[in-house]
Every structure is written in structure tokens, then in C-alpha cells.
Design a protein around this ligand. Structure first.
Ligand code: ZN
Length: 206
């Protein structure tokens, strides 16, 4: 016969883990909804004018389904990662709504927009190795998504040279993120390889 005390603690454990999961899912959906509202008037830079929210959704989706990330704070931060950089949202607001851990990740992956663009890009390369594991994984997903866009659906006016330089810069940033998530790194490498093939093919056509 099973010990009653033991049984009870197993039930309690199942209950707690279920509640914890539920809170995770609720908070993740709340973050998705918050990000969608904040990015509501924005489009991706690409010439097909995709709604901006598709990008953070793609990053979060990659983290979970390819990277195997199951920490709700990292998934929430992935959904929110561009809200401070690209909308009027503040870190305080993120902390208040989603907690300090999530706000910390978002802060780690947010560029200082007061700096000139070239300096911001250089800072990303320098900061990458010093990011937390969670922020590194978000950054990996972000770079994969952005390189895909620049390859498949480039912003208006981006010639092949500019697109090549973007891929090269992405690689430099990702060099500092290695070791954070093998599956995402593999996907990044495949994405870069595909991007280079497509850009080379486009160069011979023109
Ligand atoms: Zn992003």
C-alpha cells in the first residue's frame, strides 16, 4: 500500500507544478498581448510591410520550439524585447507588469538609441559575450529573424552590399553568443549560409 503522506506530497507537487505552468502560460500570453498593442502601428522594415509583432512572435517561437527554452521569463522577454527600443514603453513599466527578471533581460538586449548607429552596432559586438544566458538566447533568435528578413524580404533601398554587410555584422555579434544554445546556433549558421547563397545568386543575376 502506498504511504498516505507520500501520496499527498505527490498530489501537492503535481498541483504546484500545474499552477506554476498555468501562471507561466498566462504571463506569456499577457506579454504577447502587451507587445502587440505597443507595436500596433509599426511594420517590419521589409518591403512586404509585415506587422511588427510578427518579429517578436517569431523570436519567442524559435526559442521554445527550436531552442527548447522553457523558462517563462525568457519567453516573455523575447516577446517584449523591442518594446523599449521601438515604442514609448519604459523598463519600469516592464518591471511593474512582468517582474524585474524580465525587465533585466529586455534591458540587456536594448540598444542605447542616443548613440549613433555605427557605435550601437559596435557595442552589440562588444557586449555580446557579457550577456546573461537568457539574453544571449533572445539575441540569437533576434539575429536569425533579422537575417532571414534581410535575405528574403529586404527593406526598400538596401542593395546587395548593404545586405551582405548586415549578415557579416550579425555573425560578429553571434560569435560572442556561442555556447548559449546549440540548436539556435546551428539554425543561425544555416540561416547565414542560406543568406550568403541567396545574395551570391542575386549578384550573378544583376
Ligand atoms: Zn528584435
Amino acid at each position: 500500500m502506498q504511504d498516505k503522506g507520500q501520496r499527498k506530497s505527490v498530489d501537492l507537487f503535481l498541483f504546484l507544478s500545474k499552477t506554476e505552468n498555468m501562471n507561466g502560460i498566462e504571463n506569456i500570453l499577457r506579454a504577447a498581448s502587451f507587445a502587440a498593442k505597443k507595436h500596433t502601428d509599426q511594420k517590419r522594415k521589409g518591403n512586404d510591410g509585415e506587422p511588427y509583432i510578427n518579429h517578436p512572435l517569431e523570436v519567442a517561437n524559435m526559442l521554445v520550439n527550436i531552442g527548447g527554452v522553457d523558462d517563462p521569463d525568457i519567453i516573455m522577454a523575447a516577446l517584449l524585447h523591442d518594446t523599449v527600443e521601438d515604442t514609448e514603453v519604459t523598463f519600469d513599466e516592464i518591471a511593474e507588469q512582468f517582474g524585474l527578471t524580465v525587465a533585466g533581460y529586455v534591458r540587456e538586449v536594448t540598444d542605447d538609441k542616443s548613440l549613433p548607429k555605427a557605435e550601437r552596432k559596435q557595442k552589440q559586438v562588444e557586449h555580446a559575450p557579457h550577456l546573461s544566458q537568457g539574453a544571449k538566447q533572445i539575441k540569437l533568435g533576434d539575429k536569425i529573424s533579422n537575417i532571414r528578413d534581410v535575405t528574403d524580404n529586404p527593406p526598400d533601398g538596401w542593395d546587395l552590399q548593404r545586405r551582405r554587410e548586415y549578415v557579416d555584422w550579425g555573425e560578429k555579434v553571434v560569435a560572442g553568443l556561442r555556447g548559449a544554445n546549440a540548436n539556435l546556433e546551428k539554425l543561425f549558421d544555416e540561416t547565414v549560409e542560406k543568406a550568403r547563397r541567396r545574395l551570391a545568386a542575386a549578384a550573378t543575376q544583376s
